[in-house]
Ligand binder design. Sequence first.
Ligand code: ZN
Length: 180
Amino acid sequence: MLTKAEYIQARDKAAQMMKDAGVVINQKEIEEMDVADFGLNDLMVEGGQMLTFFNTDRISAKVIALFPRQTLPEHWHTAYGQDPGKEETIRVIWGTLYFCREGENTLKMAKIPKGKEEFYTAREETVMTPGSQITVEPGVKHWFQAGDEGAVAFSFSSSARDALDPFTDKNIVRITKIVD
Ligand code: ZN
């Protein structure tokens, strides 16, 4: 849950980060930005700010801003009807992003949020800086955390049905409640 004031503050700060990273965005897109606390009520620790350029039945493009050390919780993309699940490419354009996916445990720079070890099982870490990109196949668990300055990244993918994606932490609610 976020208050309206918390939502606006996070949204506008994220919009400024996106603009500073050189991304051209319009006011309508900013006003529709998804500020997600994943129902965990600790936005600056586990959360994310996602602005959608478009999301059709086939393709999707977004820009994601993460505040310093903010973590987008572990999740994966499942099949939906004929769609085998979202294939997603994350391309960093500003800051540093610690990207973790299923594989050999090479976790070094990312810090799993306190007490949440069981919800962060994907531990093959890649340190991403502007110009680096990673493509994640459907079904592969992943999560990512911004470095000490924050991060801005593009997310290019097949159609996004994020509200249906499972998270390792079953306490997560994907649609953030915003209250007055
Ligand atoms: Zn994902």
